[in-house]
Write a protein that binds this ligand. Structure first.
Ligand code: LLP
Length: 431
């Protein structure tokens, strides 16, 4: 899906830009976002809902995957809404010019300040728990109507990493479905709360269709039940979670297949229950943006441990991509300036952090590398920049967006001055 191709026989080009030249121009490491791939994924989601769903639909970009002005603006310009999970993400989406009617605020422990910002901005709040509902009622002005959805835990298991599973009953997110009666009763009695829908999210990097189909069926039952409490619930949000192909062995359904599977279940279940079709929302993150970005690094030192392993070190690591050390995630890499060289070695790509576990890829198949080569790790658009840190006081890399041979900076590289910007040295500690 990435619009990467090899030109001049030997070097990697993305969005019409030569990767090695980009690194010379913008520095290393560098996140390179391919606009066409991102737009195409947005369109695939949008078009699939149009094709397979007879009611209204809205795709939200789960911006936790990569929240910044440029990415929010691209997603919004493709007609997507934005899912945000904090005041900071909300602020960024608003600053990017996203219309508040298309922003949904998530979170299992939103602060009062975050809730007030959301209410004042007119975005929809996805209420997660009793504490939040009571806080909302408390801070609502008389006569106000706060647009909310209810997040419920569906009790659906799926096969993915334990840390990114959210739909099972002991998840920290959402109301227990056993409390449905109480929650619906409470919400229906609050004149300041305008409950428009139900939401659930079962996990991330999921390769099967069945869990989301089961989810959709359960959610239609919630819709039906809501009617008994006089609630006019018209929106149903099935969350995100479609997996992507990080390696050859990963086999997720296509965006179209995933959307179709969900639409069919919602339509059938609504027909059985004799319910009007709700507005159907979904909020993919990873499957929209992961394949649209690569990270380019510069190769430096290496260490050969005879018969055991060869380490090739790059100038970034767990601070710009914490996924391998956090979830044992697997990535693929190529050498941008040696695209036609034969693959001759199996190496371990190590980061530059003071931590043995700072390994980006175990057993990468690469041509012979030398210092100065540009190593490109594919599929780094989701949960890389957004989870990046300054561990070991590494400045966060820059990011550029590329399209039609043009590259524009979307995130500046941090400087050493940036690193101490929030530091303060009390007078009495000065040396
Ligand atoms: N909606 C909600 C409520 C979510 O919690 C998430 C992801 C999404 C949508 C988007 O899910 P996606 O389509 O991206 O799978 N940092 C982890 C992933 C954490 C996902 C958290 N929630 C990783 O790097 O794999």
């Amino acid at each position: 899906p990435l619009t990467a191709r090899v030109h001049n026989h030997d070097s990697l080009e993305i969005g019409g830009c030569d990767v090695t030249t980009l690194v010379k121009q913008f520095g290393s490491p560098l996140y390179i976002l391919d606009e066409e791939t991102l737009r195409s994924a947005c369109q695939q989601y949008r078009d699939a809902f149009k094709q397979y769903y007879k009611g209204e639909s809205q795709v939200l970009y789960a911006s936790k995957a990569w929240n910044c002005l440029a990415v929010c603006a691209i997603a919004a310009s493709e007609g997507l809404g934005i899912d945000v999970v904090s005041g900071g993400e909300l602020y960024t989406a608003l600053q990017a010019g996203v219309s508040p009617e298309k922003i949904y605020l998530h979170g299992n422990n939103k602060s009062r300040e975050e809730l007030i910002l959301a209410i004042e901005s007119g975005v929809t709040i996805v209420a997660d728990n009793w504490y939040e509902l009571r806080t909302l009622v408390e801070i609502a002005q008389p006569g106000q109507s706060i647009r909310i959805m209810l997040r419920l835990t569906p009790g659906i298991e799926c096969h993915t990493h334990e840390y990114i599973r959210t739909g099972h009953l002991d998840s920290k997110f959402g109301f227990d479905p056993n409390d449905l009666d109480e929650v619906f009763t409470f919400v229906s009695q609050q004149s300041t709360l305008d409950c428009v829908g139900v939401h659930a999210h079962i996990g991330s990097q999921i390769f099967e269709r069945q869990p989301h189909q089961d989810l959709a069926a359960v959610m239609v039952q919630w819709l039906r039940d809501a009617g008994k409490y006089g609630l006019n619930i018209t929106e149903l949000n099935v969350g995100g979670g479609l997996g992507i192909k990080y390696t050859e062995s990963d086999d997720p359904p296509s965006i179209e297949e995933w959307v179709k599977a969900i639409c069919e279940v919602v339509q059938e279940a609504c027909a059985v229950e004799n319910l009007p079709l709700p507005k159907l929302l979904s909020e993919p993150g990873r499957s929209l943006i992961a394949t649209a970005c690569v990270t380019a690094y510069t190769v430096g030192s290496s260490k050969v441990i005879p018969e055991i392993r060869t380490y090739v070190a790059i100038d970034g690591g767990m601070s710009d991509n914490p996924r391998p050390i956090t979830y044992q995630s697997v990535y693929r890499a190529v050498v941008a300036n040696k695209m036609s060289s034969p693959v001759t070695q199996t190496v371990t790509i190590a980061g530059k952090h003071c931590e043995s576990g700072d390994i980006l890829i175990k057993n990468a198949l690469l041509p012979k590398t030398e210092p100065g080569d540009i190593l490109v790790v594919m599929g780094t658009g989701a949960y890389n920049y957004s989870m990046a840190s300054n561990y070991n006081r590494l400045p966060r890399p820059a990011a550029v967006v590329v399209a039609n041979g043009e590259a524009n900076l979307i995130l500046q590289r941090e400087t050493y001055q940036d690193l101490i910007r929030q530091d303060s040295l009390p007078e009495r500690l000065k040396i």
